[in-house]
Design a protein around this ligand. Structure first.
Ligand code: NDP
Length: 464
């Protein structure tokens, strides 16, 4: 039987849309289905709306700094409804952009949940499509805490749609999302408590980064409950009260869990054709993202490798090119730059000091922390525009991890304003294999924060 499609994609998020577009540009007949809004988590309940919220919250610091430079502001009033409405308008525009990109590429879009009917067919909204190859790009969803009262806890799918700004919030988890939203809500002026089971935030990041972020968040006024877990949550006379494992209680208007995400691999017919699943029900794939069923591929959060948009985009590109173009290079997972838009912000690429020491016979560490120029006019300790919220001088941490054997810079870490933008640039050099000598030979742009990365001359002593 002639296939209707060469390539049919289930899930129009970052990885699926990229794969569909690249495949179509290479001449494949492509269909894609999506049951929710085009663009997936990143566009609708992740990176984009989150960053807009981060921008909104950063104005508090900017208003405060303005006073240091002679402006006499009173803290303007914040209106949550305006932010949410403007955010929704922008997301709707992006949904339209995604649709246009797909249609312009010649991809057929189907609205509805896709289900694998056989190794070469997908069912969507009562229609059955024959296809040579199928790509599963169904992403992930937030994990829910397994405690009594969990239905009272919001997830990252809910947090973007709150009808009003709560007066207080308790956030559970110590990873990307919890750190980012702790910064958002704290800087929007509401009491923010963060409960994390570990002793430090951001497991997997460099230890100096983790300490620096935790210290600065606490200093800024986020109330950290470290080494604690949520035991139960109840609604007592209109007050949402969480009880932690030490029986201490937290009351807050809103409780929000960001304790990781799980792959969306259920209910899409994978078991019908025998696609192998691994830990956490992630789809198992080979180096070209082919599953245990040769005609079925999978990319992005549903394979549970690295849950980042640019990774899903790159994986989608590898699949499309492998199937319809030349045998493109394999996906590389080393030197993936990433940022946490916490406040202060984190940017990082390459090895942590801990991992470098475990992997390499000799390592040199360069590190500096300082107050950037823009912050130097602020009073040393705290500053407040409205007398109710302290805004601290925002400090910066920069760190390079160097392979002592080759002089190659194998890790670059920054906390502070502009970290994501700066590290994105440095990631190019590091991807290209720049040595510390190359960093040393690079002239700085003065006065900037980024110049510190090319001014680090003396390695810190071991254990310093
Ligand atoms: P993360 O994996 O970043 O963090 C999860 C946090 O929840 C960790 O602190 C973890 O603790 C904790 N945790 C996990 N299970 C439990 C549990 N049962 N009880 C209590 N705590 C628990 O996940 P997020 O949900 O923050 O984000 C999901 C993913 O989305 C990220 O990993 C990232 O890949 C992506 N993302 C990327 C962003 C970006 O690029 N800026 C922004 C937001 C999300 P422990 O450390 O002890 O395991």
């Amino acid at each position: 039987m002639t296939s209707q499609y060469d390539f049919f994609v289930i899930g129009a998020g970052s990885g699926g849309v990229r794969a569909a577009r690249v495949a179509a540009s290479l001449g494949a007949r492509v269909g894609i289905c999506e049951e929710k809004d085009l663009g997936g988590t990143c566009v609708n309940a992740g990176c984009i709306p989150k960053k807009l919220f981060v921008y909104a919250s950063r104005f508090r610091h900017e208003f405060s700094r303005a006073a240091d430079f002679g402006w006499k502001p009173t803290l303007p009033e914040f209106d949550w409804t305006t932010l949410v409405a403007n955010k929704n308008r922008e997301i709707a525009r992006l949904n339209g952009v995604y649709e246009k990109l797909l249609r312009d590429a010649g991809v057929d879009i189907f609205v509805g949940r896709g289900e694998i009917a056989s190794e070469h067919s997908v069912r969507v909204a009562g229609q059955q499509m024959q296809c040579d190859t199928i790509l599963v790009a169904t992403g992930g969803r937030p994990s829910r805490p397994a405690v009594p009262g969990a239905e009272l806890v919001l997830s990252s799918d809910d947090i973007f749609h709150l009808s009003s700004l709560p007066k207080s919030i308790a956030i559970y988890g110590g990873g990307y999302i919890s750190c980012e939203f702790a910064g958002v809500f704290h800087n929007l002026g509401i009491r923010t408590q963060l409960v994390h089971r570990g002793e430090r935030l951001l497991r997997g990041f460099d230890d100096d980064v983790r300490s620096f972020v935790g210290d600065r968040m606490a200093k800024a006024g986020v109330e950290l409950h470290l080494g604690r877990t949520l035991s139960r949550i109840e609604n007592a006379a209109g007050v949402k009260r969480a009880t932690l494992d030490d029986e201490s209680a937290i009351e807050a208007d809103a409780h929000f869990a960001a304790i990781g995400r799980v792959p969306n691999s259920a209910g899409i017919g994978l078991e019908r054709v025998g696609v192998e699943l691994g830990p956490r029900d992630a789809i198992v794939v080979n180096e070209r993202f082919q599953t245990s069923v040769p005609s079925i591929y999978a990319v992005g959060d549903v394979i549970d490798r690295v849950a980042l948009t640019p990774v899903a985009l790159a994986e989608g590109t590898v699949v499309a090119r492998s199937l319809f173009g030349d045998q493109s290079p394999l996906m590389r997972y080393d030197y993936i730059p990433t940022a946490v838009f916490s406040q202060p912000e984190v940017g990082t690429v390459g090895l942590t000091e801990h991992d470098a020491r475990a992997k390499l016979p000799s390592v040199r560490i360069f590190r500096s922390s300082f107050t950037p120029l823009k912050e130097t006019l602020a009073p040393r300790d705290t500053d407040s525009v409205d007398g109710t919220l302290s805004v601290h001088r925002s400090e910066v941490l920069v760190k390079l991890v160097v392979d002592g054997g080759t002089d190659r810079v194998v890790g670059c870490h920054m906390v502070g304003s502009g970290a994501a933008e700066i590290v994105q640039g440095l990631a190019v050099a590091i991807q290209a294999g720049a040595t510390k000598a190359v960093f040393d030979a690079t002239l700085g742009i003065h006065p900037t924060t980024a110049e510190e990365f090319v001014s680090l001359r003396t390695p810190i002593a071991d254990n310093a």
